[in-house]
Design a protein. Sequence first.
Length: 94
Amino acid sequence: MADQTTTLALPERLTLAEADQTLVRLGGELAQQPGAVVVVNAGVLKVFDSSALAVLLELRRRLLAQGKTLRVSGWPRRLEDLASLYGVRELLAA
């Protein structure tokens, strides 16, 4: 039996002002998903700061605690550059 994959999406805007609300929303969605792999689509993300990385890393931490895996897809180039600059890109690999 293949592992189920769940796909969630980041919002268009994810800065410090939206980080807590986004984490609550995505965390609630994650709690209801049975899949062993969660893919977070960052493709619609247009306005963001390093808080977007903090949200992704916190989601990863929560999933790892449940024995699950996080993958990020649809990286905006600037977010990928920021993740590489901070040295966390490989932690959020697709």
